[in-house]
Design a binder for this molecule. Structure first.
Ligand SMILES: Nc1ncnc2c1ncn2[C@@H]1O[C@H](COP(=O)(O)OP(=O)(O)OP(=O)(O)O)[C@@H](O)[C@H]1O
Length: 314
C-alpha cells in the first residue's frame, strides 16, 4: 500500500506498507490517528490517493474499498445477532447465505465467541463485543485491516488475552493492517512497523526496535520509557535509570546536569519514577530509600545529572 492523504487542518501524511505489515500508529491526543484510519477507510473526505494492489482506493466509496475497520466502540449492528454481524461482510460480497453463515461461525469460533453467535450486541460484554468486531472485520477478507485502539476501554486482563490472540491472527493475515494504539507494548509486540504522528504529520517511521531505541518525539520517548532531548537536528536519549537526582548542584564536570522541579512520583517496578519539569521535561528512577532520605516529593527543586556515556546521540 502507498497512501498520500490530506484532510485540511487535520492530516497530511504519506505512508507505505507491504502485504503482511502491521503498522502501529502512535502519537499524542489529537495527532490525527483516528483521522488517518477514517481517511483510509473512506469515512472522512480526504485528498490524495491510497494505492493498494494496483487500485486507487481513494476514488472508491467505503463499501468498495475492501477495508475492514475495528473501532474502539465496536459499532456492531445492534439489531443483528453476533453471527449475522460477522456474516454481513461475506454476504455483501455476494457469498450465498449458508456459506456466509458458515464463514461467520468459523470466525466466531476462532475468536472464542462461537457460543455467543445468537446474541445481539447489547447482550455482549465489551471484550466479547470486541471479539465479534474483530471476527466481523476478518470474515470480510479485507485487503486493508484498520484497528482503532481495539483494546481501549477493556479490562486489563481481557485486553491482555485479546492482544495475544490478535497477534496470532495478524501473523496469519496477508493484507496490510494499521493499528492505532496508545500502548508501547502493542507497538512493540504486534507491529512490524511504527508510524509516529505528531500534529497531523508523520514525525518518524521505522521498525518498532528502531523507533523505541531512537525516538524523535517526546511522546514516543515517554511511551517507551526514555528521556529524549532535542538539540537542533540531534537527539540525545537516555534511560530514567541513568539519571541521578541530588539536592545540590553536582560538581562533576564529566556529567550533564540540569535543574528541575518534581511534578509527580509513581511506583515503577521496585523503583520510584519521578516526573520532572525544568530545563527539559525528564523522568528519573530512584530508589524508595533515596526518595525518603532526600525528601523527593512533588514541588521539590532538584539537580539531575547523567553521565555522557549513558547517552545515545543520533
Ligand atoms: N469531525 C471533526 N471535524 C473537524 N476536526 C476534527 C474532527 N475530528 C477530529 N478533528 C480534529 O482533527 C485533529 C486530529 O484528531 P484525531 O481524532 O484524528 O486525533 P487522534 O490522534 O485520533 O486523537 P486521540 O488519541 O485523542 O483519539 C484534532 O485536532 C481534532 O480536533
Amino acid at each position: 500500500m502507498s497512501a498520500r492523504l490530506a484532510v485540511p487542518g487535520r492530516l497530511d501524511v504519506e505512508l507505505s506498507a507491504a502485504p503482511g505489515d502491521v503498522v502501529a500508529v502512535v502519537g499524542p491526543n489529537g495527532a490525527g490517528k483516528t483521522t488517518l484510519v477514517q481517511a483510509l477507510a473512506g469515512l472522512v473526505p480526504a485528498g490524495g490517493e491510497v494505492r493498494l494492489g494496483g487500485a486507487d482506493l481513494g476514488s472508491l466509496p467505503p463499501q468498495h474499498r475492501r477495508a475492514g475497520v475495528v473501532f474502539q466502540d465496536q459499532r456492531l449492528f445492534p439489531h443483528l445477532s453476533a453471527l449475522e454481524n460477522v456474516a454481513f461482510g461475506p454476504r455483501s460480497r455476494g457469498v450465498p447465505a449458508a456459506r456466509a453463515r458458515d464463514t461467520a461461525r468459523d470466525w466466531l469460533d476462532r475468536l472464542h465467541v462461537g457460543e455467543l453467535a445468537a446474541r445481539r450486541p447489547g447482550r455482549l460484554s465489551g471484550g466479547q463485543a470486541q471479539r465479534v468486531a474483530i471476527a466481523r472485520a476478518l470474515a470480510a477478507e479485507p485487503a486493508l485491516l484498520l484497528l482503532d485502539e481495539p483494546f481501549a476501554g477493556l479490562d486489563v486482563g481481557v485486553a491482555a488475552a485479546l492482544r495475544i490472540e490478535l497477534s496470532r491472527h495478524l501473523a496469519a493475515y496477508d493484507g496490510v493492517a494499521v493499528l492505532v494504539t496508545h500502548d508501547a507494548l502493542d507497538a512493540l509486540t504486534l507491529a512490524t512497523r511504527v508510524a509516529v504522528l505528531d500534529r497531523g504529520r508523520l514525525a518518524q517511521t521505522g521498525t518498532p526496535q528502531e523507533v523505541a531505541a531512537r525516538p524523535r518525539t517526546e511522546h514516543v520517548a515517554r511511551l517507551v520509557g526514555l528521556n529524549v532531548i532535542r538539540e537542533g537536528t540531534t537527539f540525545r536519549a537516555f534511560p530514567p535509570s541513568s539519571v541521578t537526582v541530588s539536592l545540590h548542584e553536582p560538581d562533576d564536570s564529566a556529567r550533564n546536569h540540569w535543574r528541575g522541579t518534581i511534578r509527580g512520583a509513581s511506583p515503577h517496578g521496585d523503583q520510584i519514577r519521578l516526573q520532572l519539569h525544568g530545563d527539559h521535561d525528564l523522568i528519573a528512577d530512584v530508589t524508595p530509600a533515596a526518595t525518603r532520605d532526600l525528601g523527593l516529593t512533588p514541588g521539590r527543586e532538584v539537580w539531575l545529572s547523567v553521565k555522557e556515556t549513558a547517552i545515545t546521540t543520533y
